[in-house]
Design a protein around this ligand. Structure first.
Ligand SMILES: Cc1cc2nc3c(=O)[nH]c(=O)nc-3n(C[C@H](O)[C@H](O)[C@H](O)COP(=O)(O)OP(=O)(O)OC[C@H]3O[C@@H](n4cnc5c(N)ncnc54)[C@H](O)[C@@H]3O)c2cc1C
Length: 321
Protein backbone atom coordinates (compact mmCIF):
# COMPACT_ATOMS: atom_id res chain seq x y z
CA UNK A 1 0.00 0.00 0.00
CA UNK A 2 1.00 3.60 -0.65
CA UNK A 3 0.17 5.83 2.34
CA UNK A 4 -0.05 9.58 1.84
CA UNK A 5 -0.15 12.07 4.70
CA UNK A 6 -2.67 14.81 3.86
CA UNK A 7 -1.94 17.97 5.86
CA UNK A 8 -4.90 19.84 7.32
CA UNK A 9 -3.87 22.97 9.21
CA UNK A 10 -6.84 24.28 11.23
CA UNK A 11 -8.80 21.22 10.14
CA UNK A 12 -8.82 22.21 6.46
CA UNK A 13 -7.20 20.15 3.71
CA UNK A 14 -4.81 22.21 1.57
CA UNK A 15 -4.11 22.15 -2.15
CA UNK A 16 -0.76 20.50 -1.39
CA UNK A 17 -2.71 17.61 0.18
CA UNK A 18 -4.68 17.08 -3.03
CA UNK A 19 -1.40 17.17 -4.98
CA UNK A 20 0.25 14.61 -2.77
CA UNK A 21 -2.79 12.29 -2.92
CA UNK A 22 -2.88 12.61 -6.74
CA UNK A 23 0.81 11.67 -6.71
CA UNK A 24 0.20 8.79 -4.29
CA UNK A 25 -2.55 7.38 -6.51
CA UNK A 26 -0.27 7.49 -9.57
CA UNK A 27 2.54 5.86 -7.59
CA UNK A 28 0.17 3.13 -6.43
CA UNK A 29 -0.89 2.52 -10.05
CA UNK A 30 2.78 2.05 -11.04
CA UNK A 31 3.24 -0.46 -8.19
CA UNK A 32 -0.06 -2.24 -8.85
CA UNK A 33 -1.06 -1.27 -5.32
CA UNK A 34 -3.65 1.00 -3.72
CA UNK A 35 -3.34 4.49 -2.28
CA UNK A 36 -4.65 5.35 1.17
CA UNK A 37 -4.67 8.86 2.61
CA UNK A 38 -4.08 9.60 6.29
CA UNK A 39 -5.39 12.66 8.11
CA UNK A 40 -4.56 13.59 11.69
CA UNK A 41 -6.73 15.33 14.29
CA UNK A 42 -10.09 16.97 13.48
CA UNK A 43 -10.45 17.40 9.72
CA UNK A 44 -13.39 18.75 7.71
CA UNK A 45 -14.56 16.59 4.84
CA UNK A 46 -11.57 14.22 4.75
CA UNK A 47 -13.57 11.86 2.51
CA UNK A 48 -13.06 14.25 -0.42
CA UNK A 49 -9.51 12.87 -0.71
CA UNK A 50 -11.16 9.97 -2.53
CA UNK A 51 -11.77 12.38 -5.42
CA UNK A 52 -8.01 12.65 -5.91
CA UNK A 53 -7.42 8.90 -6.07
CA UNK A 54 -7.31 7.67 -2.45
CA UNK A 55 -9.20 4.38 -2.30
CA UNK A 56 -9.31 4.66 1.50
CA UNK A 57 -9.04 7.55 3.93
CA UNK A 58 -7.94 6.97 7.53
CA UNK A 59 -8.10 9.43 10.38
CA UNK A 60 -6.43 9.38 13.78
CA UNK A 61 -8.77 11.62 15.73
CA UNK A 62 -6.61 12.25 18.79
CA UNK A 63 -6.98 15.85 20.05
CA UNK A 64 -3.22 16.09 20.61
CA UNK A 65 -2.85 16.00 16.79
CA UNK A 66 -4.81 19.22 16.24
CA UNK A 67 -1.63 21.23 16.79
CA UNK A 68 1.42 20.31 14.77
CA UNK A 69 4.30 18.69 16.63
CA UNK A 70 6.68 16.88 14.31
CA UNK A 71 7.61 14.26 16.95
CA UNK A 72 4.00 13.32 17.67
CA UNK A 73 2.87 13.57 14.05
CA UNK A 74 5.80 11.46 12.83
CA UNK A 75 4.99 8.84 15.49
CA UNK A 76 1.34 8.79 14.38
CA UNK A 77 2.17 8.44 10.67
CA UNK A 78 4.81 5.76 11.30
CA UNK A 79 2.41 3.78 13.52
CA UNK A 80 -0.31 4.02 10.85
CA UNK A 81 2.15 2.93 8.15
CA UNK A 82 3.12 -0.11 10.22
CA UNK A 83 -0.46 -1.00 11.05
CA UNK A 84 -1.55 -0.72 7.41
CA UNK A 85 1.55 -2.40 6.01
CA UNK A 86 2.42 0.61 3.82
CA UNK A 87 5.49 0.12 1.64
CA UNK A 88 5.66 3.71 0.37
CA UNK A 89 4.90 6.72 2.57
CA UNK A 90 4.56 10.15 0.96
CA UNK A 91 4.48 13.65 2.48
CA UNK A 92 4.77 17.07 0.83
CA UNK A 93 7.79 19.40 0.88
CA UNK A 94 5.96 21.99 2.99
CA UNK A 95 7.75 22.99 6.19
CA UNK A 96 5.59 20.35 7.91
CA UNK A 97 6.60 17.66 5.41
CA UNK A 98 10.27 18.64 5.65
CA UNK A 99 10.23 18.15 9.41
CA UNK A 100 8.55 14.74 9.06
CA UNK A 101 10.59 13.07 6.32
CA UNK A 102 13.76 12.27 8.28
CA UNK A 103 11.87 11.17 11.38
CA UNK A 104 9.68 8.84 9.30
CA UNK A 105 12.70 7.36 7.53
CA UNK A 106 14.32 6.55 10.88
CA UNK A 107 11.15 5.18 12.48
CA UNK A 108 10.34 2.98 9.47
CA UNK A 109 13.95 2.03 8.70
CA UNK A 110 13.21 3.36 5.22
CA UNK A 111 15.21 4.79 2.36
CA UNK A 112 14.06 8.36 1.74
CA UNK A 113 14.20 10.84 -1.10
CA UNK A 114 13.36 14.49 -0.39
CA UNK A 115 11.78 16.71 -3.02
CA UNK A 116 10.85 14.22 -5.74
CA UNK A 117 9.19 15.67 -8.82
CA UNK A 118 8.27 12.74 -11.06
CA UNK A 119 6.08 9.67 -10.71
CA UNK A 120 8.32 6.72 -9.68
CA UNK A 121 9.06 3.87 -12.07
CA UNK A 122 9.26 0.22 -11.07
CA UNK A 123 10.84 -1.49 -14.09
CA UNK A 124 12.16 -4.94 -13.18
CA UNK A 125 10.95 -4.36 -9.63
CA UNK A 126 13.50 -1.56 -9.05
CA UNK A 127 11.80 1.50 -7.53
CA UNK A 128 13.31 4.66 -9.05
CA UNK A 129 12.38 8.30 -8.67
CA UNK A 130 13.83 11.62 -9.88
CA UNK A 131 14.53 14.94 -8.22
CA UNK A 132 16.31 18.17 -9.09
CA UNK A 133 19.88 18.56 -7.83
CA UNK A 134 22.55 21.30 -8.06
CA UNK A 135 19.95 24.07 -7.77
CA UNK A 136 17.89 22.67 -10.62
CA UNK A 137 20.83 22.36 -13.03
CA UNK A 138 20.67 18.57 -13.12
CA UNK A 139 18.18 15.80 -12.48
CA UNK A 140 19.24 12.80 -10.36
CA UNK A 141 17.52 9.45 -10.48
CA UNK A 142 17.48 7.45 -7.24
CA UNK A 143 16.90 3.72 -6.92
CA UNK A 144 15.39 3.10 -3.48
CA UNK A 145 16.07 -0.48 -2.45
CA UNK A 146 14.75 -0.57 1.14
CA UNK A 147 11.57 -2.50 1.89
CA UNK A 148 9.76 0.68 3.01
CA UNK A 149 10.32 3.95 1.13
CA UNK A 150 9.59 7.50 2.26
CA UNK A 151 9.28 10.36 -0.24
CA UNK A 152 8.46 14.04 -0.07
CA UNK A 153 6.85 15.58 -3.17
CA UNK A 154 8.05 19.00 -4.38
CA UNK A 155 5.12 21.43 -4.18
CA UNK A 156 3.52 22.40 -7.48
CA UNK A 157 5.39 19.74 -9.47
CA UNK A 158 2.36 17.76 -10.63
CA UNK A 159 -1.16 18.99 -11.44
CA UNK A 160 -3.97 18.05 -9.07
CA UNK A 161 -6.28 15.53 -10.78
CA UNK A 162 -9.70 14.30 -9.79
CA UNK A 163 -10.21 10.63 -10.57
CA UNK A 164 -12.92 9.40 -8.21
CA UNK A 165 -15.54 10.32 -5.65
CA UNK A 166 -15.68 10.83 -1.90
CA UNK A 167 -14.84 7.79 0.20
CA UNK A 168 -15.75 6.84 3.75
CA UNK A 169 -13.30 7.82 6.47
CA UNK A 170 -12.13 5.00 8.79
CA UNK A 171 -10.80 5.67 12.26
CA UNK A 172 -7.39 4.41 13.28
CA UNK A 173 -6.21 4.22 16.83
CA UNK A 174 -2.49 4.19 17.61
CA UNK A 175 -0.32 4.81 20.69
CA UNK A 176 1.08 8.33 20.67
CA UNK A 177 3.96 9.80 22.67
CA UNK A 178 3.24 12.72 25.00
CA UNK A 179 3.62 16.15 23.43
CA UNK A 180 6.81 17.93 24.42
CA UNK A 181 5.98 21.16 22.58
CA UNK A 182 2.96 23.42 22.97
CA UNK A 183 2.09 26.02 20.34
CA UNK A 184 1.18 29.18 22.27
CA UNK A 185 0.31 31.45 19.37
CA UNK A 186 0.38 31.48 15.56
CA UNK A 187 0.70 34.87 13.84
CA UNK A 188 0.26 35.03 10.09
CA UNK A 189 2.55 37.34 8.11
CA UNK A 190 0.95 40.63 7.08
CA UNK A 191 -1.35 40.22 4.12
CA UNK A 192 -1.32 36.42 4.74
CA UNK A 193 -0.60 35.54 1.13
CA UNK A 194 0.21 31.93 0.14
CA UNK A 195 3.61 30.90 1.52
CA UNK A 196 6.28 31.20 -1.20
CA UNK A 197 7.04 27.46 -1.58
CA UNK A 198 3.34 26.82 -2.27
CA UNK A 199 2.55 29.97 -4.29
CA UNK A 200 1.32 29.49 -7.85
CA UNK A 201 1.86 33.14 -8.80
CA UNK A 202 4.80 35.24 -7.61
CA UNK A 203 5.61 38.91 -8.25
CA UNK A 204 9.23 39.55 -7.32
CA UNK A 205 11.47 42.62 -7.41
CA UNK A 206 15.11 43.55 -7.03
CA UNK A 207 17.45 46.45 -6.56
CA UNK A 208 16.07 48.11 -9.68
CA UNK A 209 13.19 49.30 -7.46
CA UNK A 210 15.60 51.89 -5.97
CA UNK A 211 14.15 51.69 -2.45
CA UNK A 212 11.51 50.19 -0.13
CA UNK A 213 9.24 53.22 -0.57
CA UNK A 214 8.41 52.00 -4.11
CA UNK A 215 7.16 48.54 -3.09
CA UNK A 216 3.51 49.57 -3.33
CA UNK A 217 4.11 49.18 -7.07
CA UNK A 218 4.84 45.46 -6.48
CA UNK A 219 2.12 44.84 -3.87
CA UNK A 220 -0.59 46.24 -6.13
CA UNK A 221 -0.24 43.84 -9.10
CA UNK A 222 0.32 40.99 -6.62
CA UNK A 223 -3.00 41.84 -4.94
CA UNK A 224 -4.79 42.08 -8.30
CA UNK A 225 -3.80 38.55 -9.38
CA UNK A 226 -3.60 37.01 -5.88
CA UNK A 227 0.18 36.49 -6.09
CA UNK A 228 2.78 36.18 -3.33
CA UNK A 229 5.57 38.79 -3.28
CA UNK A 230 9.27 37.89 -3.33
CA UNK A 231 12.60 39.72 -3.70
CA UNK A 232 16.27 39.29 -4.51
CA UNK A 233 18.82 38.81 -1.74
CA UNK A 234 20.32 42.33 -1.68
CA UNK A 235 16.80 43.70 -1.23
CA UNK A 236 16.32 41.57 1.89
CA UNK A 237 19.91 42.25 3.07
CA UNK A 238 19.22 46.01 2.81
CA UNK A 239 16.03 45.45 4.85
CA UNK A 240 13.84 46.83 2.09
CA UNK A 241 11.82 43.62 2.44
CA UNK A 242 11.63 40.85 5.10
CA UNK A 243 14.07 37.95 4.75
CA UNK A 244 11.34 35.34 4.28
CA UNK A 245 10.68 36.92 0.84
CA UNK A 246 14.24 36.33 -0.38
CA UNK A 247 14.34 33.72 -3.16
CA UNK A 248 17.37 32.02 -4.67
CA UNK A 249 20.23 29.74 -3.79
CA UNK A 250 20.46 31.03 -0.23
CA UNK A 251 16.77 31.89 0.06
CA UNK A 252 13.53 30.07 -0.67
CA UNK A 253 13.46 27.81 -3.75
CA UNK A 254 10.16 28.15 -5.60
CA UNK A 255 8.43 26.68 -8.65
CA UNK A 256 5.28 28.74 -9.28
CA UNK A 257 3.26 28.64 -12.48
CA UNK A 258 4.13 32.31 -13.06
CA UNK A 259 7.18 34.28 -11.84
CA UNK A 260 7.27 37.97 -12.69
CA UNK A 261 10.78 39.37 -12.04
CA UNK A 262 10.94 43.15 -11.89
CA UNK A 263 14.26 45.04 -11.78
CA UNK A 264 16.23 41.86 -11.01
CA UNK A 265 19.44 41.20 -12.97
CA UNK A 266 19.12 37.37 -12.95
CA UNK A 267 22.40 36.47 -11.25
CA UNK A 268 23.05 32.72 -11.17
CA UNK A 269 22.40 32.57 -7.42
CA UNK A 270 18.97 34.15 -7.92
CA UNK A 271 18.10 31.89 -10.86
CA UNK A 272 19.03 28.82 -8.82
CA UNK A 273 15.89 29.32 -6.72
CA UNK A 274 13.43 30.35 -9.42
CA UNK A 275 14.37 28.70 -12.70
CA UNK A 276 11.94 25.80 -12.18
CA UNK A 277 9.05 28.30 -12.50
CA UNK A 278 6.75 27.27 -15.33
CA UNK A 279 6.53 30.72 -16.96
CA UNK A 280 9.03 33.52 -16.28
CA UNK A 281 8.32 37.15 -17.19
CA UNK A 282 11.25 39.59 -16.88
CA UNK A 283 11.00 43.38 -16.77
CA UNK A 284 14.43 45.04 -16.96
CA UNK A 285 15.76 48.12 -18.71
CA UNK A 286 19.14 46.51 -19.52
CA UNK A 287 18.94 44.38 -22.69
CA UNK A 288 22.10 42.55 -21.50
CA UNK A 289 20.52 41.51 -18.18
CA UNK A 290 21.20 37.76 -17.83
CA UNK A 291 17.61 37.14 -16.69
CA UNK A 292 16.37 37.59 -20.28
CA UNK A 293 18.10 34.28 -21.21
CA UNK A 294 15.91 32.43 -18.71
CA UNK A 295 12.72 34.35 -19.58
CA UNK A 296 9.68 33.10 -21.47
CA UNK A 297 8.55 36.72 -21.94
CA UNK A 298 10.76 39.79 -21.58
CA UNK A 299 9.96 43.50 -21.43
CA UNK A 300 13.06 45.64 -21.96
CA UNK A 301 11.94 48.97 -20.50
CA UNK A 302 11.89 51.18 -17.42
CA UNK A 303 9.94 49.37 -14.71
CA UNK A 304 8.56 52.64 -13.35
CA UNK A 305 6.82 53.07 -16.71
CA UNK A 306 5.84 49.43 -17.40
CA UNK A 307 4.66 48.12 -14.01
CA UNK A 308 1.85 50.67 -13.44
CA UNK A 309 0.62 50.02 -16.99
CA UNK A 310 0.81 46.25 -16.46
CA UNK A 311 -1.17 46.63 -13.23
CA UNK A 312 -3.87 48.65 -15.00
CA UNK A 313 -4.04 46.01 -17.74
CA UNK A 314 -4.39 43.27 -15.10
CA UNK A 315 -7.20 45.18 -13.36
CA UNK A 316 -9.02 45.66 -16.66
CA UNK A 317 -8.61 41.99 -17.54
CA UNK A 318 -9.91 40.91 -14.11
CA UNK A 319 -12.93 43.25 -14.33
CA UNK A 320 -13.85 41.75 -17.70
CA UNK A 321 -13.79 38.15 -16.39
C1 LIG B 1 27.10 32.90 -2.21
C2 LIG B 1 26.06 33.83 -2.78
C3 LIG B 1 24.72 33.51 -2.63
C4 LIG B 1 23.73 34.35 -3.14
N1 LIG B 1 22.41 34.00 -3.01
C5 LIG B 1 21.47 34.78 -3.59
C6 LIG B 1 20.09 34.42 -3.53
O1 LIG B 1 19.71 33.42 -2.93
N2 LIG B 1 19.19 35.22 -4.13
C7 LIG B 1 19.54 36.37 -4.80
O2 LIG B 1 18.66 37.06 -5.33
N3 LIG B 1 20.85 36.73 -4.86
C8 LIG B 1 21.80 35.98 -4.27
N4 LIG B 1 23.10 36.37 -4.32
C9 LIG B 1 23.41 37.70 -4.90
C10 LIG B 1 23.44 37.66 -6.41
O3 LIG B 1 24.74 37.30 -6.84
C11 LIG B 1 23.13 39.07 -7.01
O4 LIG B 1 24.05 39.99 -6.47
C12 LIG B 1 21.72 39.53 -6.70
O5 LIG B 1 20.78 38.54 -7.10
C13 LIG B 1 21.43 40.83 -7.45
O6 LIG B 1 20.22 41.34 -7.01
P1 LIG B 1 19.39 42.30 -7.97
O7 LIG B 1 19.22 41.65 -9.29
O8 LIG B 1 18.19 42.72 -7.21
O9 LIG B 1 20.32 43.58 -8.06
P2 LIG B 1 21.25 44.10 -9.24
O10 LIG B 1 22.25 43.09 -9.63
O11 LIG B 1 21.75 45.43 -8.77
O12 LIG B 1 20.28 44.29 -10.48
C14 LIG B 1 19.26 45.24 -10.56
C15 LIG B 1 18.65 45.12 -11.93
O13 LIG B 1 17.61 46.08 -12.05
C16 LIG B 1 17.67 46.63 -13.35
N5 LIG B 1 17.07 47.98 -13.26
C17 LIG B 1 17.57 49.06 -12.60
N6 LIG B 1 16.72 50.12 -12.73
C18 LIG B 1 15.70 49.68 -13.51
C19 LIG B 1 14.54 50.30 -14.02
N7 LIG B 1 14.23 51.58 -13.72
N8 LIG B 1 13.70 49.59 -14.79
C20 LIG B 1 13.98 48.29 -15.12
N9 LIG B 1 15.08 47.64 -14.65
C21 LIG B 1 15.93 48.33 -13.85
C22 LIG B 1 19.13 46.68 -13.73
O14 LIG B 1 19.27 46.67 -15.14
C23 LIG B 1 19.63 45.39 -13.08
O15 LIG B 1 19.60 44.31 -14.00
C24 LIG B 1 24.10 35.55 -3.81
C25 LIG B 1 25.46 35.86 -3.96
C26 LIG B 1 26.41 35.01 -3.44
C27 LIG B 1 27.86 35.37 -3.63
Amino acid sequence: MVLVYAESPDGQLKKGSFEVVTYGAKTAAVLGSECAALTLGSVDNAGQLGQYGASKVYNIADDSLNQFDSQVHAAAIAAAARELGAKVVIVSTSSTGKSLLGRLAVKLNAGSVAGVKTIPTNDGGVFKVKKNVFSGKAIAEYAVTSDVKVLSLTSNSIPVEKSGGDVEVSSLSVDLPARRVTVKEVKLQEGSRAPLPEAELVVSAGRGMKGPENWGMIEEPADVIGATTACSRPVADSEWRPHHEHVGQTGVAIRPNLYIAIGISGAIQHLAGVNSSKTIVVINKDPEAPFFKAADYGVCADLFDVVPRLTEAMKKFKSEQ
